[in-house]
Design a protein around this ligand. Sequence first.
Ligand code: ATP
Ligand code: MG
Length: 472
Amino acid sequence: MINIIKKTNIGVTPILSFFKRFIQSTGHNTEQPVARKIKIYARSEHCISRAQISANALKVLYRLQKEGFEAYLVGGCVRDLLLGREPKDFDVVTDADPEQVRRVFRNCRIIGRRFRLAHVHFGKEVIEVATFRGAADEQNDKQVLNNEGRLLRDNVYGTIEEDVWRRDFTINALYYNIKDFSVVDYVNGMADHEAGTLKLIGDTEIRFREDPVRMLRAVRFAVKLGFKIDPDCENAIHDAAELLASIPSARLYDEVIKLFLFGYALQTFERLRHYGLFQVLFPDTEKSLAAEEDGFPKLLVIRALENSDNRIADGKTVTAYFLFAVFLWESVSKLAKEKMAKGLVEFIAYQDAANEIIAKQTKMTALPRHISLAMREVWSLQPKFNIRIGSKPSRLLAHPRFRAGYDFLVLRAETGGAESELAEWWQRYQNADETEQRKMTQPQRKNQNNKSGRKRSYRKRQNSNSAANSED
Ligand code: ATP
Ligand code: MG
């Protein structure tokens, strides 16, 4: 490892002036980062090989370098490569601004408002190219904070020394330099990486306030990587959890998807609850978990998360709407029952309850229309599973959302929210041939006897009445 105070190609003055500006502009003049040793890990001192890097990402890096720009891989891909994992995607960072990047690549689009980024498209693969972010500067309207200290816009460009302090965790702030294949570390990220620690860069409280989504990212990375969250960070999360409520619901929806659909949903759920973050994201679910009856409501969510993790481990897909339907089911069915008690028919009661609960939830996490529609369908199928006679079961079987509805029923049955005999019946019904299905949905003989019996006794009564009348 090359351990230097300042590499010759980057002067000491800019970095010091940056800290000065940073301290002045944030107004929090204590505990700001101090100039640290930069550590440069040469190719022989780390395990990242070009063979593990996407060919398209390499193309982007080399091309930028050829055009005279600096070009690095940064963030999750460097972190994952160091752990020997396959990165989800490859993020590139450069000193070229988005317009300059666009001029270099024909297949490039500029996106984003909060952060402007260039996307270089190679068929299905997109390589995100960000420009080094600059330091906070009150004079500059390209960076905007709201009253709570949250960053609304952040388009100040800078140098790598500035960019590093804008990143969230030390392990996410390691730069792989295409020039010499070294890993550049300004924040002791490699040591934290080796220790398995998630540490926020800079003042924890300010950094969470600046972007409360970092709290969710802390939980996601801790679970995904099996890292421990630095105690300082942990305490700050307990204190700042409520700040999540100020994040636009569309962004929280995206984060929730990342939290729950990547194979570690159950652990993530438990960690989020532990830090008080889950109750901010899903207030109704949290309430229904607290009001558990014989442990059943809580089990439904847990079993669903477990199933979804197992499905992912088996290479199967999972859908967002199913999990959202699970999270909100207890609230919907409770409200529907209250409405039925007030005289609404079952179908309408469930529909109204679904509307109300979805409207409340979308204040926190947006729910795209196709998601909320699918959730409603899964819920509305539940009472229909109770009808096993006549033509309705075969119509239900043909419903496009039958499979999800049935899986939901099985989950409910497994966790005490529905009769297991009902779920078993539907299991048999699906696998039966047509003749068997017809037999299964015929009114029971006993009922037929009852029916005719009732008729007979009615006639009898009529007769006896008339007899009685005639006697009169
Ligand atoms: P993943 O494996 O989920 O892609 P990632 O760390 O790459 O993890 P991205 O959302 O792709 O996450 O972000 C890329 C990098 O950008 C991060 O590693 C981090 O350095 C920086 N970053 C992302 N979000 C934030 C944030 N909210 N605050 C500060 N830095 C961030
Ligand atoms: Mg990434």
